[in-house]
Design a protein around this ligand. Structure first.
Ligand SMILES: Cc1cc2nc3c(=O)[nH]c(=O)nc-3n(C[C@H](O)[C@H](O)[C@H](O)COP(=O)(O)O)c2cc1C
Length: 322
């Protein structure tokens, strides 16, 4: 059994497990399903552009409900004043304001946001300091190991974030240059654990109970953040949390249970976004849910172009769940 660290407890957390932010994925609906399994894991919103929020406060990425807590709302940007406005606007609905300093995609880093901030530590410091000064909720920061292998600065950078007032670091153990290639280097996080006082969530390639415990053992981190792993099993954060707390290994969902979850997820997206948009929005999720079916690629081909709800249900009904 794994004991939650006093550092995490002090932040009000009851779990060492968090669900990592994923743009276009971790919307309110997906977070609600993760929450339906477990009330303790830390949820994280999709990335919210501070600049976009300045113009439009009605965007659905900021939607929430009463059961979301503990939840972090993640903001992106690089202007301390604009980031502060966004953080202040979101703080009432958040337990943490998370600052994105890890996103590797070109359109984000070209503007100086996301992992580009690891190349401008002084600016990153100012953002955290300014946001922290103006809100009453803890500020967390999500980083990578560095921009490139040769400029890996995650230790000094995290120390700087701590000095600026950050309460928690989530670290994806790859560099920006790696994007998602290679493997997450959890061992590097162990070096960070010796150098900072604030708690750390290790992130990257955690997709099972075994990989979660292996990551905790290697990294010595206070907790773990799960990104893509939730896509093939929305109960994974719960199963990992249960194992860490009790030593009990809940079984992986069967294919039939996955299809039931798929239907619930799809139906909830339709209720949330309307039928046309909901069906199209959901297309990205099919490959994960049906990956274990016998004819996954043919099924995927059918589902990702189907616009008719009844027909989608028929196709799902034909899946042999053995
Ligand atoms: C589709 C997708 C969207 C993502 N969006 C965000 C984001 O909005 N903010 C962020 O900090 N990281 C984002 N990430 C990175 C994840 O939070 C996580 O760091 C990464 O996927 C590695 O963890 P994993 O191996 O558990 O997936 C995204 C990743 C994916 C695959």
């Amino acid at each position: 059994m794994y004991q939650i660290s006093p550092k995490l407890s002090k932040l009000g957390l009851k779990s060492q497990v968090s669900s990592a932010p994923m743009a276009g994925i971790t919307d309110l609906v997906l977070r609600q399903i993760i929450r339906s399994y477990n009330s303790d894991v830390l949820l994280t919103s999709e990335m919210i552009s501070s600049e976009a929020l300045k113009i439009n406060k009605n965007c659905n990425v900021i939607d929430t409900d009463d059961l979301q807590s503990p939840v972090a709302f993640q903001i992106s940007g690089h202007k301390p004043d604009v980031m502060t406005i966004a953080a202040k606007y979101l703080e009432d609905r958040a337990d943490f304001i998370d600052i994105n300093m890890g996103c590797p995609v070109n359109k984000v880093v070209c503007g100086g946001d996301g992992s580009a901030l690891m190349k401008t530590p002084e600016l990153a410091y100012n953002i955290v300091k300014e946001v922290k000064k103006n809100i009453s909720k803890p500020v967390s920061v999500k980083i990578r190991l560095g921009y490139t292998f040769d400029t890996m600065n995650y230790i000094e950078f995290s120390q700087l974030m701590q000095e600026a007032g950050a309460s928690l670091i989530t670290i994806h153990a790859r560099t920006r240059k790696q994007m998602y290639s290679g493997s997450a280097d959890w061992g590097k996080i162990a070096d960070l654990m010796k150098e900072i006082d604030i708690p750390v969530f290790a992130n990257g390639d955690i997709n099972s109970i075994d990989s979660a415990t292996e990551c905790l053992e290697i990294s010595k981190a206070d907790g773990i953040a799960i990104g893509r792993g939730v896509l093939s099993d929305l109960s994974l954060p719960h199963r990992i949390d249960t194992f860490l707390k009790t030593g009990k290994k809940l079984p992986e969902p069967t294919l039939a249970q996955k299809i039931e979850c798929l239907k619930k997820h799809l139906n909830n997206e339709i209720t949330y976004r309307g039928e046309n948009v909901g069906i199209k929005f959901f297309r990205k999720f099919y490959p994960y849910y049906i990956s274990k079916t016998r004819n996954a690629s043919a099924l995927r081909g059918l589902l990702v172009i189907e616009e008719n709800y009844n027909r989608i249900m028929e196709i799902l009904g034909e899946i042999n769940c053995g």
